[in-house]
Ligand binder design. Structure first.
Ligand SMILES: Nc1ncnc2c1ncn2[C@@H]1O[C@H](COP(=O)(O)OP(=O)(O)O)[C@@H](O)[C@H]1O
Ligand SMILES: [Mg+2]
Length: 243
């Protein structure tokens, strides 16, 4: 391993027409998980879209594993090893679990350690049980597993997830946290976008807080959890609502 970070974002700006949403993002990610936390409307999804090539009006630099991603098409960015779990999961209700997994374009990695549907079913036994069911009949937690499974099958080096805990019951959120920790321990780089402080801090020690299209603060989970005033200032959450 070299000192070069896996992902290095410099001066990233992004626009929807005239609307200037990302206003100079700098982020560095190595192999330690990073969580990007922020309230609604701060630009988190826009950052994900810019990183994955889904929002083309972007300026600045996104270096990933020796490649410049700005200006590249989404399929090319995926082929370079960036996996993406979009906000809201985006599954196809009428396709079965198995069909979802079969439809994923697989990336050749050159190593033996690749994701296969069998390995996915071992990680998520619930998906194995429901392999012939239409995805629309799955629970929210199972749909989130499927969305993660689909991203893993592309054999990413980096997994970007946009609010994966959204709409999930607390016990399912705990399972999600355990899964993400397991994947990180297995060597997958994780960029977790979250609105929930408890989820972000359970997965990542490094925290970047977004306010108004900028990274307003970089800190650690320990420091953020120990400082309600900091939480209030950047996230507008009281200790009561922090979970
Ligand atoms: N398609 C769009 N067109 C114009 N403005 C948008 C669009 N999507 C999001 N925005 C605006 O960009 C800002 C950031 O949105 P978003 O990235 O979705 O925030 P977050 O994911 O943090 O909730 C918001 O002000 C939002 O209204
Ligand atoms: Mg969002």
């Amino acid at each position: 391993m070299t000192d070069t970070p896996l992902l290095e974002v410099r001066g990233l700006h992004a626009y929807y027409g005239q609307s200037h949403v990302l206003q100079g993002i700098d982020l560095v990610l190595g192999h330690e998980p990073l969580a990007v936390l922020g309230r609604n409307g701060m630009g988190k999804t826009t950052l994900c879209l810019a990183l994955t090539g889904l929002l083309p009006s972007v300026r600045g630099s996104i270096r990933f594993a020796g490649h410049e991603l700005v200006g590249q098409a989404p399929h090319r960015i995926a082929a370079l090893g960036v996996g993406y779990v979009p906000q809201g999961r985006r599954i196809f209700p009428s396709l079965t679990v198995e069909e979802h997994l079969r439809l994923v374009p697989r990336r050749a990695t050159g190593t033996g350690d690749v994701w296969t549907p069998e390995r996915i079913y071992a990680l998520f036994p619930r998906l194995a049980e429901r392999r012939r069911q239409p995805a629309g009949t799955l629970s929210g937690g199972e749909q989130q597993m499927l969305a993660i499974a689909r991203a893993l099958l592309t054999n990413p080096q980096l997994l970007i997830m946009d609010e994966p805990s959204e709409g999930l019951a607390p016990v399912i959120v705990e399972q999600l946290i355990a899964t993400l920790r397991h994947l990180a321990e297995g060597g997958l780089a994780i960029l977790l976008v979250e609105q929930r402080l408890a989820v972000a801090t359970a997965v990542a020690q490094r925290i970047a807080i977004m306010v108004g299209g900028r990274i307003a603060l970089e800190t650690t989970s320990d420091r953020l959890l120990a400082d309600p005033a900091l939480q209030q200032r950047y996230l507008g959450v009281s200790a009561r609502r922090a979970a």
